[in-house]
Write a protein that binds this ligand. Structure first.
Ligand SMILES: *Cc1c(COP(=O)(O)O)cnc(C)c1O
Length: 458
């Protein structure tokens, strides 16, 4: 037991480590207490550690814990919509609006003309419907929630079957699978067709008096090729409508413009196209290719949108004022720049259409003046990707700074850059760390230079 007594006290150790980390003192105490407890357990199991070891490892753990706070990161991966790095960054216009609404009062549910209680998100819903060129629209917290909500609303006791093609039973990010979403929503999945081929008659045969709707799920994060086939949307829509059923599509990414016009990539179906082809309700994410805040947008037939808004679950997944503000700015901007998307300040769109030459010029500027004593530094051609579970087949040209460290390992160099003053996240190959310029904001170039010089000196 005397050995236990020799363990440093929580108070002393916390006090000693506090100057090294900028964390609230109660959190430092909590972290240190857990570490000491852990060492106590180890001691009881006859595993001894010196005081210095305990101090050093606690200090390291505490620094890592502090680094796990949500903080800005420079995305040098070349993946535009990086799920782990927060998907789509907002543009300056949305950020300004966010600042104003977040720090003051607003007319969130207040009608200024009458001075009476007002409709939440009324303006946004009209703007969304206008942009989608459809009857009505609304938004909730994310696309998965929008799908659950829609299904819950449209299925009922005795009429709860949802028909989905076997080629569309996808897993979306975070391990959420379409069959599980259906189950959560109280729907009964009716699979039709085969993995590679689904015919119109497969859908037709599956329709019963218990059918609630037909669901299409966009294969946004994978593709199938070879001996494949499926009916066109208008054919499925006609079948659904002839049987008095709605046709709903979970579109996922929700590109608002012709992606193939912005970059040498494939065409991602837009919600507008889906609705024109006969989809009754389309559902997509606000923070994938749309480039807005995390949200799930539902657009289409007004009777169905109205029903969705009356469903009690809507209240549980409704957006807060911060999301509503940034989404409102994003949608307004699309409406204003409809004729010329190059006027938009949505970062993912800007990144998509930046010329390779411009990236090269920036890369050259960043590496000018960097010492090559500790690393070989060069500029190389790379490929960037849309990411975020969108357009898995699309890659387009980009430029990266390639760093081959001379006296440390590539993973160590990468780790140092991730944990420096400004976190810079690149990607590694066997012998090099690559920092892709495509997803780095030009105004961050100087920070990248600083991070690199600090890392390469050490
Ligand atoms: C990404 C995606 C979702 C989930 O969107 P979240 O906004 O992450 O909830 C759902 N369906 C499809 C087809 C998707 O691509």
């Amino acid at each position: 037991m005397s050995k236990l007594a020799a363990l440093p006290s929580v108070e002393k150790l916390a006090a000693a480590l506090a100057p090294d980390v900028s964390l609230p003192r109660p959190l430092i105490n909590l972290f240190v207490r857990r570490e000491i407890d852990r060492y106590r357990q180890l001691l009881l199991a006859d595993e001894e550690h010196s005081r210095e070891e305990i101090e050093a490892s606690t200090k390291k753990g505490l620094r890592e814990f502090a680094n796990s706070r949500l903080q800005p990161v420079i995305n040098a991966t070349g993946v535009l919509i990086h799920t782990n790095l927060g998907r789509s960054p907002l543009g300056p216009r949305a950020a300004t609006a966010l600042q104003q609404i977040a720090t003051g009062y607003s007319n969130l549910e207040f009608d200024l003309p009458s001075g009476a209680r007002g409709k939440r998100a009324g303006y946004l819903e009209t703007a969304l419907a206008c942009l989608l060129e459809t009857e009505a629209a609304t938004a909730v917290n994310n696309c998965a929630a929008a799908l659950v909500l829609t299904l819950r609303t449209l299925v009922e006791e005795g009429k709860n079957e949802v028909i989905v093609s076997r080629s569309e039973l996808v897993e979306i990010g975070g391990g959420f699978r379409i069959p599980e979403i259906l189950e959560t929503s109280g729907a009964k999945l009716v699979e039709v067709g085969a993995t590679n081929k689904t015919h119109l008659y497969d859908y037709e045969k599956a329709i019963t008096p218990q059918t609630a709707l037909i669901l299409k799920v966009h294969r946004s994060n994978f593709y199938i090729d070879g001996f494949i086939g499926e009916p066109e949307i208008p054919e499925i829509a006609k079948l659904a409508h002839d049987n008095g059923l709605p046709l709903v599509e979970d579109l996922g990414s929700g590109a608002m413009m012709d992606t193939d016009k912005l970059a040498p990539i494939e065409h991602e179906p837009t919600p507008q196209e889906c609705l024109k082809r006969g989809i009754d309700l389309v559902i997509f994410s606000g923070d994938k290719l749309l480039g807005g805040p995390q949200s799930g947008i539902i657009g289409g037939r007004s009777d169905m949108v109205a029903k969705i808004k009356k469903e009690p679950f809507f209240r549980a997944v409704r957006c807060d004022k911060l999301i509503l503000t940034t989404l409102q700015e994003s949608i307004d901007q699309y409406l204003e720049t409809k004729a010329d998307p190059t006027l938009s300040d949505v970062p993912v769109l800007t990144f998509l259409r930046t010329e390779v030459e411009a990236l090269k010029t920036r890369a050259e500027k960043i590496i000018t003046g960097l010492s090559s004593e500790n690393a070989g530094i060069s500029i190389v051609d790379t490929t960037a990707r849309p990411g975020g579970g969108t357009m898995p087949r699309s890659e387009f040209p980009s430029v990266a700074i390639k760093i081959v460290p001379k006296n440390q390992s590539v993973p160590k160099l990468a780790r140092q850059l991730r944990n420096g003053e400004t976190a810079v996240v690149g990607y590694t190959t066997d012998d090099a760390l690559l920092l892709d310029l495509r997803t780095i904001f030009p105004e961050s170039d100087e920070l990248v230079t600083e991070a690199l010089s600090a890392t390469l000196i050490n």
